[in-house]
Structures are given as structure tokens and as C-alpha cells.
Design a protein around this ligand. Structure first.
Ligand code: 5AD
Ligand code: SF4
Length: 455
């Protein structure tokens, strides 16, 4: 089938994690390579793609609302179609399939997490047959990264090294909607990284639900440390990865932080809870003692490593004592960033059948106390940067003030500074500049950028 979307305008709404954002870049790249152009609003768009997330209930509910709300928005003048094409992909597409079409008859296409490559053909068929199309089976043998891609930033790239998850944490829907772990070959990963470096990319983030077990399915044992080394050898300036499961974080990977210059001193290491009882109920396969030991080893290698984590409050059965264990752990570890979530029941997961003993108010109160602590600790941990020079990779202007450049330190901290006079943000984006820090807030640093330091 010859597919041509010349004359079509599309927009993409993305929810959820980096994997979804990356998948959206693939959708963008694919539609663009077939002639369509991206627009900002639904009003201007002939094709609207939703890349969905069902990890928590909030994103799930929002999707149904958003899709319903665009039903009556008229098409632009001279649109190439008589009816707007609405496509739903990502985790909800995978989970709900045909049900989405039954519930929302104005939806044209539903595609699963392994079916991104089919989207153009499905859209075409939806126009030709005037009938909604759905493809959610795991039909693809090719890794989804063989598709064209349009990156959000020219200088930063996400590089999926594996998809899926084998862990089955009892609260989590991901293994059911993203399937089992499937790794790409090292050669494939390295050649994509090389292409990025040749293309001027400065920062690569390796992606996977559990990158520490990378390669187990292909090679019989994990080879993530090797991937880190091989990707660093391409000459990339900054290398990061997400996400790590503490049970699989090996000494070899910890040591990589000391050996590989490009590997940035920042690690997202989701702990989920500080209570051993709850960790067991979550099927996490580690104790808080083991987690603390990992942090000790990491700090032995990189004393200033910036740690971030995910925490779920109000998991079924969590008592005040369990919560206090989490509170203590967060206080002791000292995270630069904590993503805090209230437990949300996901049908089909084991925890959905567990009994909840705490009230909504109790859980909200625990959540609020934890957020206060997180902010207090993040503020404290930023103070040592006062008066220091930090090297920032410039990403754009500050959202609140367009006269300030915004970028990130090696530790992934956001930094703002006035754009040096005589320079424009366009010439600074994707380049490194040194900032002398004179203000340390909870979520960002600010200071003065040295125009002579630009590289
Ligand atoms: N309820 C609340 N938070 C959840 N997460 C995953 N599943 C749930 C759930 N059912 C959180 C975990 C995970 C992050 C991406 O989302 O903390 O690390
Ligand atoms: Fe979900 Fe656990 Fe897999 Fe992370 S490791 S995606 S929390 S099942």
C-alpha cells in the first residue's frame, strides 16, 4: 500500500513516562516522513494521536475526558478528510483495545504498544473503509526503534535498549501492557548511539523499564555495564539511564559511575517504600537495608551522586509504622528529587485484591507529610552548590522568564541564568556553559553564566 499523508496536519498528546515520550517521537517521525506536518492544537489537526498511560488512575480518567472533549471541535477549512482521525496508542490502547471504539465511536484507530509501526496503515484504512481500526497484537518482530524518529531536542536523544518488564510488582500494570522484557542487541544500540553522536547529540538517555537486567533474555545474563561502556565509547558527552530496579543494580554498574566519565553523577533508583513488610507485599525482592547498602556503595564511588526515587504512599496494608519507615528512609538517604504517588488500584494486578485498611484522609495526611519532607531535604541538599561553578547543558529558556536560559547540571539539577548579552538562546541551545551559582532553591539553582565558557 502506498501511503502518503501530504496535506495532513497532526498533533500528538503524550501522557506518562519517557518511554511514551520516546514512542511519540517515533509517531511524529513516521507521520512527518509520510508528508504530514505537526501542529500545536486539535483545532488545526486532521489527525490527533493520544499516547496513553494507565500506570495510575488519574491519567486513565483524563484520557477519556480529553477524547470526549474533542468530539465536537470542527475540522479546519479545506481539511483533507471529512472526519477528524483520532488514534489512541500506548498502554490504554493495549489494555482496552476494541472497547475504546465501542465506548467512543468517534475514535478511528486503536494501536497497541507493539504496533506503532502500523499506525499509518491503520489511519489509511480507517479513511478508506470509513470504519474504526484496531491492532493490538504483538505481531512485530522488529524492535520499534527501526522507525523514523523526530526528536524533541536536537541535542538530546532517548535510546530504548529494551522494552517490557518481567518483575510483576504487585501494584503495577506495566508488565501486562508492555509485555515481557525484550532487549536489543548491543551492536544495534551502539550503532544508534554512533548515529546520534555524528548528528551532534550531546546527551543520551538509555531507556528501559529495568535497564539493569538488560541482555538477560538475549545473552543469558545481564550485560548493562557493558552497554554503558560501549555507548560511552562512541564519544557521547553525557550519558544517563532510566529506570533501575534496586534488586538488579550490580556492583559492576555501580563501579561504572567511577570509571566512565560520560556517565553523569545522577541515578533514579525507585525504592517505593521503606518498610520491609510493604516491600515484600509489593514483590520488590529487596529490603530497605539492602537499598541503603546500595546507596552507600554508590556514594563510595561518587560521593556527590544525585539520587532520585519513586515512592508509593498508601499501598494496601500500609500502617503508620510502615509509613514512618518510608519517612525515615527518605530523610536518611537525602534525595534531590522524589516522585510521590498515592497508591492507585489497577484492575488485573495482584494488589487490586488486597484489602485497604487506612482511610483516604490518613493516606492523604501521610502523603502531605512526605511531600513536606521531600521539599525540605531537596532544599537542604541544594545549598552546598552556593558559590560553585556548574557546567550546564542549555535546553532553552525558563518557562517563567524568557530572558533566562535554562539547562541542567551533570547531577540533572535545573539551572537558570540571564542569557549573556550579545548572545541568543538559539546559539546557546545544545551547548555547554558554566554558571556561577548564587541562589539555591528547592527545585532549581540560578546564577550568572560566563559567556567565555561556551563550548
Ligand atoms: N499506584 C501508584 N503508583 C504507581 N506506580 C506504578 N504503579 C502504581 C500504582 N498502581 C508508580 C511507581 C513507579 C512509577 C512509575 O509509578 O512508583 O515507579
Ligand atoms: Fe512496574 Fe515493577 Fe516493572 Fe517497574 S519493575 S515497570 S514498577 S512491574
Amino acid at each position: 500500500m502506498h501511503i502518503d499523508f501530504t496535506g495532513f496536519a497532526f498533533c500528538i498528546h503524550t501522557f506518562g513516562c519517557q518511554m511514551n515520550k520516546h514512542d511519540s517521537e517515533r509517531v511524529h517521525g513516521m507521520l512527518e516522513s509520510l508528508g504530514a506536518v505537526q501542529v500545536e492544537t486539535v483545532e488545526e489537526a486532521d489527525i490527533v494521536v493520544f499516547m496513553t498511560c494507565c500506570v495510575r488512575e488519574a491519567a486513565d480518567t483524563r484520557l477519556y475526558g480529553q477524547v470526549a472533549s474533542i468530539k465536537n471541535i470542527p475540522l479546519r477549512e479545506n481539511a483533507p478528510v471529512s472526519k477528524r482521525l483520532i488514534a489512541i496508542g500506548g498502554c490504554i490502547g493495549q489494555r482496552d483495545g476494541e472497547r475504546l471504539i465501542k465506548q467512543m465511536p468517534h475514535v478511528s484507530v486503536v494501536f497497541g504498544t507493539h504496533n506503532i509501526h502500523s499506525l499509518p496503515a491503520l489511519l489509511y484504512k480507517a479513511i478508506d473503509d470509513s470504519k474504526a481500526q484496531c491492532e493490538i497484537e504483538d505481531a512485530s518482530n522488529s524492535f520499534p526503534t527501526d522507525l523514523p524518529q523526530r526528536r524533541e531536542h536536537a541535542w538530546a536523544a532517548w535510546l530504548p535498549i529494551m522494552i517490557g518488564c518481567n518483575n510483576f510488582c504487585t501494584y503495577c500494570i506495566v508488565p501486562y501492557v508492555r509485555g515481557r522484557e525484550k532487549s536489543r542487541t548491543i551492536e544495534d544500540i551502539v550503532s544508534e548511539a554512533k548515529r546520534y553522536v555524528d548528528d551532534g547529540v550531546k546527551e543520551i538517555t538509555l531507556l528501559g523499564q529495568n535497564v539493569n537486567s538488560y541482555g538477560r533474555d538475549l545473552y543469558g545474563s545481564p550485560r548493562f555495564a557493558e552497554v554503558l561502556q560501549r555507548v560511552a565509547d562512541t564519544g557521547i558527552e553525557r550519558l544517563r539511564f532510566a529506570t533501575s530496579h534496586p534488586k538488579d543494580l550490580t556492583d559492576e554498574v555501580i563501579e561504572s559511575f567511577g570509571k566512565i566519565d560520560a556517565l553523569m553523577p545522577a541515578l533514579h533508583l525507585p525504592v517505593q517504600s521503606g518498610s520491609n513488610t510493604i516491600l515484600k507485599a509489593m514483590n520488590r525482592h529487596y529490603t530497605h537495608e539492602h537499598y541503603r547498602e546500595l546507596v552507600r556503595k554508590l556514594r563510595e564511588v561518587v560521593p556527590n551522586i544525585a539520587l532520585s526515587t519513586d515512592i508509593i504512599v498508601g499501598f494496601p496494608g500500609e500502617t503508620e509504622e510502615d509509613f514512618l519507615d518510608t519517612y525515615r528512609l527518605v530523610s536518611d538517604i537525602g534525595y534531590k528529587q522524589v516522585f510521590t504517588f498515592i497508591y492507585s488500584k489497577r484492575n488485573g494486578t495482584p494488589a487490586a485484591t488486597y484489602e485497604q485498611n487506612a482511610s483516604r484522609e490518613e493516606i492523604q495526611d501521610r502523603f502531605d507529610r512526605l511531600v513536606d519532607l521531600v521539599q525540605k531535604r531537596a532544599f537542604e541538599l541544594n545549598q552546598p552548590d552556593f558559590g560553585c561553578d556548574v557546567e550546564v547543558l542549555v535546553e532553552g529558556v525558563s518557562k517563567r522568564n524568557p530572558s533566562l536560559l535554562s539547562g541542567r547540571t551533570p547531577g540533572n539539577q535545573t539551572v537558570h541564568a540571564p542569557i549573556p548579552s550579545g548572545m541568543t538562546i538559539d546559539e546557546l541551545c545544545g551547548r555547554f556553559i558554566t554558571v556561577h551559582v548564587d541562589l539555591c532553591k528547592t527545585w532549581y539553582l540560578s546564577g550568572t553564566a560566563d559567556p567565555k565558557s561556551v563550548r
